[in-house]
Design a protein around this ligand. Structure first.
Ligand code: G4P
Length: 539
């Protein structure tokens, strides 16, 4: 009955899959994500000098500066995917905004990565944004590597930091390298994985030494290189590490049960090569992905992929957008007809973009793990699936309850068509969420950060010629409603009593807009067969 029995393809295709590593770097702003990305690109020869990757963060205090928002949007398309080749591996780094108002963008990008690197500032330790992002990765069992950065500065004790990572992030760590001293006294890093010592020299900033092999840490040469007392401390610390921490195990890492930790200084390009060398060895190849219908393996012959990001064109005169597709299986071919599953239409792309360093160019073929950018005039929505004909819907791009809610009003009655079109497209892009109240049809915009309201207002005006105004509404959380039995009296009563607070999201799912945590609790105990969820996708 199934015409879509997966078929697996030939060697050259399997090789392409095997060489791909697609990942994201997550961190709290300022921990060094941009600097690390840049150093990784330098290794790949993708850029020639430091400073080439623009900092994609919104400057502090610039929240209402629209030029800054536009600048930010311009940069974020350029850095959406940074690809390079290193030791014959094709590496795709997916950019994740660090600013908390764009956390939802980051969550969605995490659905397209096969693993992540978590960057932590040695002095600041585990920070708030890192905690939230790691929690999402943990829930999805995404393999994580930890890079503790800025070892050239005075910071926390390495063991204390490992403890903090375990406790605050809920991880199970195994140090793959270990620092010798720190800050002013920073002497270098011992690579436990390769049994090599790398000496830090502050004045030779970009230099990468091959490292000195120390198969036996008892070797007295160590004392000569780092000094007697540092050598002794290192020996004791390593002994403790072998005793206390689990040994590295590739499978456990791939299953998200063990997180290797590296130390270094991105700015000084120290410890970065070790991180990258280990990464290409141990990090996962393009992973299978679950669709509602079945599990799709990357080695299947037929193309499947999904949209995880949509970027509007910077030029307001062209309503052209770039949809970012993660290829899950098969080969994406230029001009081949694909099925856009949600709207049931066949589509072809004459100029799919691929990304290389900070450039994008047209490609004929892309493989699982790759990201292609497709020009779109408004047909794509985040989460959409492309196939060669199979009815398949990839899971895992849920909406989370927004943190802020406001009524949106039309401020120019002559332009209501433009307003609705603009709102519709901005929501498809994932800028914010729109809810429509069942009672009176009023529209409510929910966002993760207050900044989005300004972005929406600005973009509606400049891209769609529409004006909007906002009005406060007291909503604490949006809860997606799941009725155990939609026909029972309890659900009917719930709908009657809560009528004023019930809305539909853009997919038409029923949402309860609760005004407080207390309301949620009370509602849940009064109507136990009506389940309230904080995300739009639930089991
Ligand atoms: P982010 O993307 O995570 O927000 O961080 P980013 O790389 O922009 O780094 C934040 C700041 O930390 C930058 O300094 C950067 O130079 C510095 N930094 C990154 N890695 C290291 C390191 O290993 N050691 C030291 N000492 N500093 C590091 P800035 O002054 O904010 O910016 P800039 O003027 O240097 O660009």
């Amino acid at each position: 009955k199934r015409n879509f029995a997966p078929q697996f393809l030939k060697m050259s295709f399997l090789k392409e899959i095997d060489r791909r590593r697609t990942f994201g770097i997550i961190s709290h702003p300022d921990a060094g994500k941009t600097t690390l990305t840049e150093k990784l690109l330098l290794f790949g020869g993708a850029i020639q000098e430091a400073g080439a990757v623009k900092n994609n963060k919104i400057k502090k205090g610039a929240t209402s500066d629209f030029m800054e928002i536009e600048r930010q949007r311009g940069i974020s398309v350029a850095t959406s995917v940074l690809a390079f080749i290193y030791k014959d591996k094709k590496i795709n780094i997916l950019d994740t905004p660090g600013h908390k108002d764009f956390a939802e963008d980051t969550f969605r990008t995490l659905t397209a990565v096969d693993s992540v690197i978590v960057v932590i500032d040695v002095a600041k330790g585990v920070e708030e944004q890192t905690e939230k992002l790691v929690e999402v990765c943990r829930m999805r069992n995404i393999p994580m590597l930890v890079f503790i950065n800025k070892l050239d500065r005075e910071g926390k004790d390495a063991f204390d930091l490992l403890d903090e990572v375990e406790q605050k992030l809920g991880l199970r760590v195994t140090p793959m390298s270990f620092p010798i001293g720190m800050g002013y006294d920073f002497k270098g890093i011992y690579n436990i994985y390769e049994k090599k010592l790398n000496i830090f020299s502050g004045d030779n900033k970009q230099g990468i030494s091959a490292g000195i092999e120390f198969n036996d840490i008892k070797n007295t040469e160590l004392d000569e290189v780092v000094g007697e007392s540092a050598a002794e401390t290192l020996r004791e610390e390593l002994e403790l590490i072998y005793e206390v921490y689990p040994k590295f195990n590739n499978l456990e890492y791939l299953e998200g049960k063990l997180q290797p930790v590296f130390f270094g200084s991105a700015l000084n390009n120290f410890g970065v090569k070790e991180l990258l060398d280990a990464f290409i060895e141990i990090a996962p190849r393009p992973q299978p992905k679950r669709a509602e219908e079945r599990l799709v393996d990357s080695k299947e012959e037929k193309l499947t992929g999904f949209v995880f990001k949509i970027h509007a064109n910077m030029d307001p005169k062209h309503r052209d957008r770039l949809a970012f597709i993660k290829i899950v299986s098969g080969t994406f071919k230029r001009n081949a007809p694909y099925l856009h599953v949600r709207n049931g239409k066949k589509v072809k792309f004459s100029s799919p973009n691929t990304f290389f360093a900070e450039k994008k160019e047209i490609v004929d073929e892309s493989f699982p793990g790759d990201i292609v950018g497709l020009h779109d005039t408004g047909n794509f929505k985040i989460g959409d699936t492309l196939t060669e004909g199979e009815q398949l819907n990839f899971k895992g791009i849920p909406s989370f309850s927004p943190e802020h809610f406001r009524y949106v009003n039309n401020a120019d009655p002559m332009k209501s068509k433009q307003l609705f079109k603009g709102l519709d497209q901005l929501m498809d892009e994932g800028v914010a969420q729109l809810f429509t109240l069942g009672m009176n049809g009023r529209k409510i915009i929910g966002t993760v950060g207050a900044l989005q309201y300004e972005v929406i207002q600005y973009r509606l005006e400049h891209e769609y010629g529409a004006k909007c105004s906002y009005e406060n509404i007291n909503v604490h959380k949006a809860c997606w409603v799941q009725a155990e039995d939609p026909k029972n009296e309890e659900f009917k009563e719930f709908k009657r009593v809560k009528q004023r607070y019930l809305a539909k999201d853009k997919q038409g799912q029923l949402v309860f807009l609760a005004d407080s945590a207390f309301t949620i609790q009370m509602t849940q105990s009064k109507y136990p067969t009506v389940k309230l969820h904080f995300t739009s996708e639930y089991e």
